[in-house]
Design a protein around this ligand. Sequence first.
Ligand SMILES: Cc1cc2nc3c(=O)[nH]c(=O)nc-3n(C[C@H](O)[C@H](O)[C@H](O)COP(=O)(O)O)c2cc1C
Length: 333
Amino acid sequence: MSCMMPVSESVHRPPQLLLAPMQGLVDDVMRTILTEIGGFDGCVTEFVRITHTIHGRQTWLKYMPEIKNQNKTPSGTPVAIQLLGSDADNMVQNALYAVNLGINHIDLNFGCPAPTVNQHQGGAILLREPKRIEHIVSTIRQHLPAHIFLSAKMRLGYEHKDLALDCARAIENGGAQQLTVHARTKIEGYQPPAHWEWIRRIREIVALPLVANGDVFSLDDYQRIRQISQCDDVMLGRGAVMMPDLARQIAAFNRHECIEVMPWSEVVLWLEKFLLLCSNKNAASKYPSARLKQWLAMLKQHYPEAEVLFNLLRTLTTITDIQYTLQKYIATL
Ligand SMILES: Cc1cc2nc3c(=O)[nH]c(=O)nc-3n(C[C@H](O)[C@H](O)[C@H](O)COP(=O)(O)O)c2cc1C
């Protein structure tokens, strides 16, 4: 394990570590588990798509049940809700509805690469039009009560990076209070490498707090993204799901402590809790087994043992069968 001292730290506050929004992967159950394991200072919901309607209470609570817990996960980590859309006025109406329910942090998505979303002028397609981004951010900022925190998340562009700096400036001029940059264009998808040096270029031209994101899969990656981007704050996405204690390790590193990586025997206990929470949420559908298998498929990339367990559970569909097999497996460890 690498345990060098942290790179330059802000004198004002410790570096922040955020859990990325990941549609279909990081829902409230995954947020509960990962923030309980520890290390995160905040997280963001999956995007709520804003089209022509104003979503009702049920929808907001579906995306963010943490509203009922003062916008925090059960272990106390703050949660922001993410909106995706391009109709500024309708986004305002939806944001105000969410604020009335108690939400205190709204994040705006300017990075989603999904074709359906882009065809409807949402997500990464907006990176072609910095002026439109500024209009969306400033309209929402002007209508939100002053105490509501407004942040945004962007990629470096749609097909090229020529407008990356303009888009970041637009987000700052619009009045956002924080910007997360996933260091790739839409066209680059998730192909490595992430261009961390571009976050540094953005760092040089905007003053708002910047969060660096993309391809942090280890403590070494964390140190490098901070060094190259010159950002103290970092957002972890897939790495946090593949390695559930990655944030805990990073937080320990930032406290100048060295901790052991989570052994597989502990990971399985979190898997058991995850399954339980999924079945409490929706026992009747395929949701618990699908979610468990999805997580195992990602864990395989870091823990070879996950493949063995995945194969044991692969054909099972009922929660009872899966729970029984999982418990029998845990007893053998
Ligand atoms: C399955 C999946 C779903 C995602 N959903 C969202 C989303 O809802 N909103 C968003 O801003 N970014 C979303 N992203 C992008 C991530 O937040 C993050 O920017 C990206 O995965 C790069 O970080 P990473 O390399 O640490 O995973 C998603 C990524 C993945 C892999």
